[in-house]
Every structure is written in C-alpha cells, then in structure tokens.
Design a protein around this ligand. Sequence first.
Ligand code: URA
Length: 298
Amino acid sequence: MTERDPRNDALVDLLKNLRSRRRLANGAWCPAAGSGNEGIPSEPLPSSLATFTPPSEDVPEAIADALDKLTLIHPPKAPAAPGDELFGQEAPSVPATTRKSIPTQDTPRPRSREDRVAELELLARHARACRRCGLHAQRTQAVFGVGNPDAKLMFVGEGPGRDEDAQGEPFVGRAGLKLNSLIEKLGLKREDVYIGNVVKCRPPENRVPEADEQAACMPYLERQILLIRPRIIICLGLTAAQALLETKSTMALLRKTRHQLGEILVIATYHPAYVLRNPKAAWDVWADVKDVPDLLKS
Ligand code: URA
C-alpha cells in the first residue's frame, strides 16, 4: 500500500472548507452536466469555468486544478499600494490587478482565431445554460457578448437591460444607440469592436447586479478578455469599472487616471444610460476617450 502524503490531506480539507464557503457565498452552483440540469451543453467547460468537483484524495493534479479554478472565481486582491489611503480618500490610481486570467506581457498568445472563435461560442452556450447565480431565474436569455474576436477595443457594460434580454445582444436599446454613436465618433464600426457586460443575465428591474452575481459571472468576462485580448477596454459606468479593476473607488476618481489590467489599458467613463439622463456628460465621455484612436494606432 502506498503511503498517503499528509500535504494532500491538508489540501483536501482546505478545498472542502473553501467549497462550502463558496456555496454559501455564491448561492446556486452551476451543476455538473448530467445532474438533471437540462440545457447544459455536453462539451467540457474551459478550465476557468468548469464546475468544481472535490478532487479524489490521491490525485495531486486534481487538487492543483481545483485550486486553480477557485482562485479564478475569487482572484487574490492586489496588495494595497502605498498612498492608497490619502486623508481618508482613495488616491486616484488603482494598483495593477492580479486577476489571474488577464493577459500580461508573458502570457502566451491565444491559439488560432478559429480556436478562439470556437471557444467564445462554447462559452456563450454555457452562459445561455448557466445557473451560477439567481439571475438565471428571470432571464429570457443570457446575453453573452458581441463583436470582433480580434477587436483592439472592447467595451464592458454592467448587464443586459430589457431590450438586450429580449434580443440576446448587448447594448441594443437606447443606451446602445448612444454607444453606437460614440463608436462611430471614434472612427470605428460596431463590428470592429467587442461589447460585453459584467453580468450576462438581466437583473430584475435593471437593478445593479449584486456582488455575488458579479463574482459568479466574472469568469466569463475574464475569459472573453483573454480570448479577445483587446489593447484597450472602456468600462461603461461604475459597475463595470469597479468590477474589472477590483476597486470600490468612485467614478470621479476612476475617470481621473488610466488603469492597467496586465497589458491592457483600461479607461473608466460614464455609462451611456447616464449620458441619456445627463446629456452634458457626453462631453466628459468624449474627454475620457478621444485619444483612443491615436492610442490604437501607436
Ligand atoms: N446597459 C448595459 O450595461 N449593458 C447592456 O448591454 C445594455 C444596457
């Protein structure tokens, strides 16, 4: 009989503990295929989204794999940068993120375009069948994302509204028209960019998605970012900026500076719905993004 490695036992205990905590934090799980959850595609999920199953006690790889998945769902926080707390106010800069799946200079380039398109499609199918949080209950359909898989510019919004929930595409309502005109003003077409949201299912009454709903959905967005690998991400509104940059900072502060997620430049600006309510904010949005065409050329 082979001797059991006590380190494995310790890891298994840790995982079981983490798993039960996550179950409490996230509410519903994405159940395994074949568990009676009709509609879940049979293909395996990409590792960042695979359902966590407790590892068998004598397979260290399974433990490493499972830990990997857990850290993707709850990425470690960046250490507080000196000067973050300035007279009780956060300094207007956000330390570089530690999000594990965001590409850095050292990340190998994603595979061929064909493979990336196939994985995006697979992810979209999983999102459409996803039950990782309570938002699935009232959706008409999940709204995964749309656009050019080679986009250099990506927009991230908060979550689908009524029109998006009905049509299955992000930013197709009135806020979408505003976004389209901004894209045109940047000298681009909607087909040139990629558009996604923090949560893929419409929150009831368009409320801001809860932290656990955002956390449950974040691996989809992280994977979209990794596959598309844009040079610039424009966060539309506070929810997107806070979620992506892992900060509680205000829009006023987040707009004051440019941010970096790995190798990606991140710009925070007002949501088009805010601009609809406050037309003068269009000037602020333009001030935030007007150099994007030059940045994309450089
Ligand atoms: N608002 C968002 O944040 N996203 C959409 O897709 C539509 C409206």
